[in-house]
Write a protein that binds this ligand. Structure first.
Ligand SMILES: [Zn+2]
Length: 319
């Protein structure tokens, strides 16, 4: 099973728990979704939309108590602001959709590569998105999680993987091995259990927990028409750490833009090129100055070819 944990910064992270003959095992290595900057773009558009809304509301207030000619001006401004806000909203909708399907695709690929049969997502109705500060709460409330779940269900169905929702409570706070609270040695994002000697990134541990809940509650899923199967009970069984390779090696992000096949730019004629001369092999025993080759010592006149000049002269003459 693959467990998907929602996180405010990137959309989510995933990790794997397997059901082996000796009990549940996991390699405690997860996969963090890389949203290619779409999340921050959404947050920016959201702020912009709110700003436009506030501005329009203020102008409406002013227009109510303004003389007629000023009111006409203000109403024009309000119309512009509203059009802008509608455009920002449409753009957000498009980006949300793209983000949701990109996320669905990535997680489905991850699950398919690991040979999983079920993907566990946090039940959005039991999710507690409070107490993380105003900015993060707002972002979480507006985020495209519902849409992401739908997209994930759709793409996962394509490879025959079921998406189930499991209770979210305590998924990133409790140890998957012993069900005790986890320590946070390196701050909020790190998790560690000293007894079981397991841990890792908070979201990945949460993914292990969610996958565990899905595996344990397999027989007790409630199905409703038009909804994903839902597991309501949380059971506990220790998840051991295993060193077997269970999950695919995460791909490394490619942020560098490398142009591989583009031809080298041709230098413009008549511009002095800086020539790169390889440094002579130096040795501590060298006392004699190495002889400089002829071409390199030459000053500017040697480098500039006389051809452009003559051609210019020639063309002048022919005129
Ligand atoms: Zn533990």
């Amino acid at each position: 099973a693959v467990g998907v944990d929602w996180s405010p910064s990137t959309l989510g992270a995933a990790a794997i728990t397997a059901d082996s003959p000796e009990g549940l095992v996991s390699d405690y290595r997860g996969f963090t979704y890389d949203d290619r900057g779409l999340g921050i773009k959404l947050a920016r558009l959201q702020t912009e939309g709110q700003l436009l809304h506030r501005k329009a509301a203020r102008l409406t207030q002013l227009a109510a108590a303004a003389p007629p000619e000023v009111r006409a001006q203000l109403e024009e401004k309000i119309a512009v602001l509203d059009a802008h806000r509608a455009a920002v909203g449409a753009k957000r909708g498009k980006i949300n959709r793209e983000l949701a399907f990109h996320f669905g695709r990535q997680v489905t690929d991850y699950a398919a590569a690991a040979g999983a049969t079920v993907i566990a997502v946090e039940d959005l109705t039991t999710l507690e998105t409070r107490g993380h500060g105003r900015v993060n709460n707002n972002r979480a409330a507006q985020s495209a999680r519902r849409q992401a779940v739908d997209a994930l269900t759709h793409t996962a169905a394509g490879v025959g993987v079921t998406v189930v929702s499991v209770p979210a409570r305590g998924s990133s706070a409790l140890c998957p091995g012993c069900n005790e609270p986890l320590a946070r040695p390196g701050g909020y994002h790190r998790a560690w259990c000293g007894q079981c000697t397991v841990g890792g990134h908070r979201d990945h541990v949460a993914g292990v927990n969610l996958a565990k809940r899905a595996l344990l509650g397999r027989g007790k899923a409630v199905r409703k028409r038009g909804e994903n199967p839902r597991i309501r009970v949380v059971e506990h069984a220790p998840v051991r750490r295993c060193r077997d390779k269970k999950s695919p090696t995460p791909r490394r992000p490619r942020h560098r833009r490398v142009r591989r096949s583009a031809p080298a730019a041709t230098p413009p004629v008549g511009v002095n090129q800086t020539k790169i001369v390889p440094a002579p092999q130096a040795s501590v025993w060298d006392t004699v100055q190495p002889a400089t080759p002829q071409g390199v010592t030459g000053s500017r006149e040697v480098h500039t070819s006389p051809t452009p000049a003559t051609s210019v002269v020639g063309s002048m003459r022919s005129m």
